[in-house]
Design a protein around this ligand. Structure first.
Ligand code: AMP
Length: 418
């Protein structure tokens, strides 16, 4: 026998039993977002590599280490999308959406790909639901986006939620702050952990996350980006917070919140859930006012978020158990006439809108009745070679003998459909 081929590491199959819960997440998100004027968009699963190199940022972990990039037969470098925002911005420009009334509000759902270390809650193909609102720098748009994600998570009964909120200011503020922080770290280099010291040039912000006592003492007196925001950026951030206060959505200001994508400016936020393990991020996002210009479009402010399907499923309350699906099970008690009549009845029933199954496995009558009860069929029609059928109402425990041709009409009446 040949060796069986396994699924690639970090991927998983979505099995039939998984769809009730996934469908619920999708429906909740769709309802919440469409009520707020977001409309669904789908973009291709692969794009030109250049889109992500420019859009996500060449220095990010995603672009440096995690992209599935390949040359197609025409020699063009393509990449399986690692995130949604850059593609949505490309589509916004491609379809002249800047001519529509602004902001343009879009939402999406689909698979994304990152070559990450696979573990619980972290996959190489994962699904995100995301929302992007493009064409306005109003703080109310940031607050609205945050409130909508909170509403989705709330309706899904995601437990132990925390919202962390920060502001990154402008790229210029950030660059100046980074230098100031690096100077502070260098001045106290002898107190820092080996790891933090070696990353001063590359990633000084990581020092805020260190659990090394010496490093923590140094960080106590470190400058904070939030204190360095320009007056305008600080006012924008204050307005976002005031609006969250107005709807009584609790949040924690986190001056160290940095997100893994280069394009953020001003507001950044992240929802985490205690119900999850190490990978506690359920969803997050922020404002990306510079991104569309970076992709060759006109300067266009925008804000958005993405939330992970797997993490929402792990942290959400139980999905309702779906109703039994089968209205009619057609059992065969005979030879070729029974087979062809049974086949015809099932086809007619489906055209009439019923969920119908016909015996296909050559089971004995006992086996067929067992299968019908496993499927929780409401009616069973036992079809023979004589043109008659015994129709059993499985709830009422009643049985009647009727012509083959009346079976569907009878079941429709019984289901209150005619
Ligand atoms: P990001 O696009 O990195 O801001 O991620 C947004 C959300 O997507 C996270 O909060 C997670 O819920 C989810 N997510 C990101 N990467 C993965 C992954 N590799 N596996 C599963 N979920 C992920």
């Amino acid at each position: 026998m040949s060796e069986r081929i396994q699924a690639p590491r970090g991927t998983y199959d979505v099995l039939p039993d998984d769809h009730a819960a996934r469908g619920r997440v999708l429906r909740v998100a769709e309802n919440v977002l469409e009520r707020a004027g977001y409309r669904r968009i789908e973009t291709p699963v692969f794009e030109h590599t250049e889109l992500f190199a420019r859009g996500v940022g060449a220095s990010t972990d995603i672009v440096q280490k995690e992209m599935y990039t390949f040359d197609d037969a025409g020699g063009r470098s393509l990449t399986l999308r690692p995130e949604g925002t850059a593609s949505i911005c490309r589509a916004y420009l491609d379809h002249g959406m800047q001519k529509l009334p602004q902001p343009v509000k879009l939402w999406y759902h689909g698979p994304f790909f990152r070559h990450e270390r696979a573990q619980a809650g972290r996959y190489r193909q994962f699904w995100q639901i995301g929302a992007e609102a493009i064409g306005s720098d109003a703080p109310a748009l940031d607050a609205e986006a945050i409130v909508l994600l909170a509403t989705v998570l709330d309706e899904l009964e995601v437990g132990g939620l925390r919202l962390r909120l920060g502001s990154l200011g402008s790229p210029e503020t950030r660059a100046a702050y980074r230098e100031e922080l690096q100077a502070h770290l260098r001045a106290h280099a002898d107190q820092l952990s080996e790891e933090v010291r070696s990353r001063i040039d590359l990633n000084p912000l990581r020092a805020f996350d260190s659990d090394h006592p010496g490093t923590q003492a140094v960080m106590q007196t470190a400058p904070r980006l939030l204190d360095r925001l320009s007056a305008e950026d600080a006012e924008h951030f204050a307005e976002v917070r005031a609006l969250l206060d107005a709807v009584e959505l609790p949040y924690e200001i986190d001056p160290t919140l940095v997100r893994g994508l280069d394009y953020y400016a001003r507001t950044v936020f992240e929802f985490t859930s205690d119900a999850l393990g190490a990978q506690s991020g359920v969803g997050g996002g922020g404002r990306y006012d510079g991104l569309i210009a970076q992709l060759g479009g006109p300067a266009t402010p925008a804000v958005g978020w993405a939330a992970g399907m797997e993490r929402m499923l792990l942290a959400a309350g139980d999905a309702p158990i779906p109703e039994p699906m089968v209205d009619l099970y057609v059992a065969l008690d005979g030879e070729s006439t029974a087979r062809s009549q049974g086949f015809r009845i099932a086809a007619e029933a489906r055209r009439a809108g019923l969920n119908a199954q016909v015996e296909l496995a050559g089971r004995s009558m006992k086996g067929q009745l067992k299968q019908a009860s496993r499927l929780q069929a409401r009616y069973v029609a036992i079809v023979d070679d004589t043109g008659q059928a015994r129709l059993k109402d499985m709830d009422a425990g009643e049985q009647q003998e009727i012509p083959h041709t009346d079976v569907v009409a009878q079941v429709l009446r019984g289901r209150g459909l005619r």
